[in-house]
Design a protein around this ligand. Structure first.
Ligand SMILES: Cc1ncc(COP(=O)(O)O)c(C=O)c1O
Length: 445
């Protein structure tokens, strides 16, 4: 026991020195024998220290030469496929929240997993919607979101997009009608297209979907499901009040239509009314992920299903993936269960508000609208500016922004841009926003 504690202590000392740069890249470390002597431990313990440091990516053992400190710079940039051939790119086209502060949690969780009795289970196929213990952890987490369901009604997915494709393939047949806001999340539109569905646009007001238009649509056409984001709508930023949610649920019930509730960004508004799942539990499939709270690369999400749809959703998960990814599930459920996720969500909420404040300040002379807690905003361009030429102009200066056409369900997208604020380094954001403002106010018309 004492030996274990001592070995960990030496690992932590050396790891701290390497990360702080006190032991520079390329430094040759003491031999195993010297390390054992100076720290008064057995040679086997010293060997274990270096093995652990190597597993953490901090040192490398070079046969016959010794143990060296590795370069810690690595690759920190945006995925090369997303980058433009300019020296410096600010990506406001995609929200990839910063994970720097989470790296230590990842190291620790991987180390704990490596030493846990459950390790072997990551090599076995898990059931399509996840093991019951993992679903139970997510079900407990969902209580904080205002959802109180048995673990059997929670199905694990590989992220929210996987949740969307799973739901569409389980509940629709080609040609079915899905109602969606006239500006909505592009991943829904791509998924609907590949599944040969008909998206029926619902016009919006300044506070949410136009409910009379939705009612009229459902009265005139057989709408199978409505896709909706009641909290922090992407891209328009609204959070619906309780009364609007109740009315939406009423329309769905009157017209016997399912509700697909996408709550991917909902964690950012912790003052929102309960989810639609609360108002219409028998017809709502709720979905979300940890992409925007924890890390986009994790690919971990979940669905909450009414009992009658459960089997169809599980079949759809099974044909797509056979099972959940055990390694990712182990990490995600650890962070949910030990409170790491809750802490991170708090950090993200504060970060989003800071970034949104910067955007409101920098763009205050333009038609910019956003929820104060959202990681994105909607910028309607002053006529006669066009969205495509403005975005192309910005892209050539190294600023990537999405245009309204990718979000639109109607043939005539507005000339507007969607700004994703989470990816750019916070220190760079004011400058980038200033550049956007300058471009828009000085572009030749
Ligand atoms: C509203 C909405 N739903 C779903 C997704 C997809 O999330 P995931 O990365 O979990 O697939 C996104 C991603 O941006 C989103 O904005």
């Amino acid at each position: 026991m004492a030996g274990t504690a001592r070995y960990k202590q030496i690992v932590d000392e050396l790891a701290t020195a390497i990360r702080a740069g006190d032991l520079a890249a390329g430094t040759r470390l003491s031999t195993h024998r010297e390390l054992a002597r100076t720290h008064k431990v057995a040679v086997a313990t010293a060997t274990r220290v270096y093995t652990e440091l190597a597993a953490m990516g901090l040192v490398s053992g070079e046969t016959g030469r010794g143990t060296y400190v590795r370069d810690q710079q690595g690759f920190h940039g945006i995925d090369a496929d997303r980058a433009l051939p300019v020296a410096r790119v600010a990506d406001l086209s995609f929200n990839q929240p910063h994970t720097g502060e989470h790296i230590e949690n990842l190291r620790q969780a991987l180390r704990n997993l490596a030493g846990s009795g459950d390790l072997e289970s990551v090599l076995y196929q898990h059931p399509p919607a996840g093991r019951s213990r993992d679903r139970a952890i997510v079900a407990t987490h969902l209580l904080d979101r205002g959802i109180d369901v048995a673990p059997d009604h929670v199905l694990l997915t590989h992220g929210a997009q996987h949740g969307i494709t799973t739901v569409l393939s389980a509940i629709t047949r080609p040609g079915d009608i899905i109602a969606a806001d006239d500006l909505t999340y592009p991943g829904l539109l791509l998924a609907a297209r590949t599944q040969h569905l008909d998206i029926a646009p619902v016009p919006h007001t300044t506070t949410g979907p136009d409910l009379s238009a939705l009612e009229a649509l459902c009265s005139s056409r057989p709408v199978r499901a409505m896709y909706t984001q009641p909290t922090i709508h992407n891209p328009l930023g609204w959070t619906l009040d309780a009364d609007t949610r109740r009315q939406l649920a009423g329309i769905a019930t009157r017209h016997d239509c399912l509700i697909i509730e996408d709550a991917t960004y909902a964690f950012l508004d912790d003052t929102a009314a309960p989810p639609l799942q609360h108002y219409a539990p028998d017809r709502t499939i709720y979905l979300a992920s940890l992409s925007k709270s924890l890390a986009t690369g994790l690919r971990f999400g979940y669905l909450v299903t009414p009992q009658p749809l459960r089997d169809a959703l599980i079949s759809s998960l099974r044909v797509a993936t056979w099972g959940t990814n055990p390694l990712v599930t182990a990490l995600a459920t650890t962070w949910i269960a030990d409170g790491t996720l809750t802490e991170l969500e708090k950090t993200r909420r504060a970060d989003a508000r800071t970034r949104q404040h910067l955007a409101h300040t920098a763009l205050n002379t333009l038609d910019y609208t956003a929820h104060p807690a959202a990681y994105f905003g909607w910028l309607t361009l002053p006529p006669p500016l066009r969205a495509d030429t403005t975005a192309s102009h910005l892209a050539h200066a190294g600023v990537l922004i999405s245009t309204a056409d990718t979000f639109t369900t109607t043939p005539h997208p507005p000339h507007a841009l969607r700004l994703a604020l989470a990816t750019t380094a916070l220190d760079d954001l004011p400058e980038v926003l200033k550049h956007i403002h300058h471009t828009i106010t000085t572009l030749p018309t």
